[in-house]
Design a protein around this ligand. Structure first.
Ligand SMILES: [Zn+2]
Length: 375
């Protein structure tokens, strides 16, 4: 699946209006076109029904029916993860997705879809361009979410059969070196064109180290700034194997980028810049639509919060409330705070950076926002 397509799906999920019936969000790890761990899936499906009435259980079973049918019939042999969203009732909704990268086993039940794991995947794997170069050929491919989605260009220059009797060895070597240089220059020109046309921001060079370093030395500044890494692969390697080898290096580079953004956030928070930190200030900034980028620790777990269904009063301080302090209504909805922040951010088209490890972000409470305007 392409990144732009995933972005569209996330937007749809983030803005799905609530209905009477609940939404089941089901994430599963796959292996060879099957659920990797069936027992865990059964266990998770049982767990969401705990504490429900008989009628509610009936609804959940109905909601899971299309999910089970999809899992039984529609999984692709090379998919490694699936995310399925299902709702029955008056406003039915069903959105099944499959990916070439893994997803955790996770099922949740709520008034809206649980999108965090999709958002994390989008941030982690994103998309990039790989140029695979050997002495004789070059390939440029686009990788979206860990999968080759487009072969942008492929060339095998004609073999050196023209070396005939009329050429001395010296003549041939000079010719071949010049041709090699010209070949690299032409490839880079094309790469430049493809990357700017596709709006690409990340590049990985793959191939024999001599070849990748020759290319790196010729890269213009514009492309050098986008270079994530150089990965050594053999000339005979299949494109899918090459991509497999580049994923880890992209994920690592992405984490470093995210950590840098966390540092920028921390700096801005401490110098009175356009930024806020902590659950309360971040949530407020999101509610007011002032956020440009949400920076979040992957392990951030602020727990549940309560919203008054009648007046919208939000209490995120995890205090147990029986009634709304603003209007007195006892109709309070409980939601997951991290999930709600991600949903608000995606619904508004904010950027979300998820960081695995960051000391500065941990000190800020695990979440913060770079703002568009001051609160
Ligand atoms: Zn209220």
């Amino acid at each position: 699946m392409e990144l732009t397509e995933l972005k569209k799906h996330i937007r749809t999920l983030a803005t799905l209006p609530e209905a009477d019936a609940p939404v089941i969000s089901c994430y599963l790890e796959l292996l060879n076109g099957n659920i990797k761990d069936r027992e865990t899936y059964r266990e998770l499906a049982r767990t969401v029904m705990i504490g429900l009435s008989e009628h509610e259980r009936y609804i959940i079973k109905e909601t899971l029916e299309p999910v089970n049918a999809y899992l039984a019939n529609a999984l692709q042999p090379d998919a490694k993860g699936t995310a399925i969203f299902s709702r029955v009732g008056k406003d039915p909704f069903f959105l099944p997705l499959q990916f070439r990268v893994s997803l955790p086993n996770w099922i949740s039940l709520g008034s809206v879809p649980n999108i965090y794991h999709l958002v994390e995947m989008k941030d982690t794997y994103h998309r990039y361009v790989v140029m695979i170069s050997t002495k004789k050929s070059a390939r440029i491919v686009e990788v979206n979410l860990g999968e080759v989605t487009a072969k942008l260009w492929k060339e095998r220059p004609e073999l050196r059969e023209r070396v005939g009797r009329e050429w001395t060895k010296e003549h041939y070597q000079k010719h071949s070196m010049e041709r090699g240089k010209k070949f690299i220059k032409e490839k880079i020109k094309l790469l430049n064109k493809l990357m700017s046309a596709g709006g690409h921001s990340h590049l990985i060079l793959a191939g024999h180290p001599t070849m990748t370093s020759r290319i790196r030395n010729e890269l213009p500044k514009y492309l050098l700034e986008k270079l994530v890494d150089e990965v050594t692969v053999s000339g005979q390697a299949k494109t899918t194997d090459v991509v497999e080898a580049t994923i880890a290096s992209f994920v690592e580079a992405e984490e470093i980028e995210s950590q840098n953004i966390a540092r920028v956030l921390s700096q801005k928070v401490h110098t009175g810049g356009l930024a806020v930190a902590g659950a309360e200030a971040s949530f407020q900034a999101l509610q007011r639509g002032h956020v440009d980028t949400v920076v979040l620790l992957a392990g951030y777990s602020p727990g549940l919060f309560r919203v008054c269904v009648a007046c919208g009063f939000t209490n995120i301080k995890n205090k147990k409330l029986d009634s709304c302090p603003q209007c007195g209504s006892t109709s309070l909805k409980i939601s997951d705070l991290k999930e709600e922040m991600v949903r608000l951010a995606e619904g508004q088209g904010c950027l979300i950076e998820i960081v695995n490890e960051s000391e500065s972000l941990t000190k800020l409470g695990g979440v913060g926002c770079l703002l568009r305007y001051r609160l």
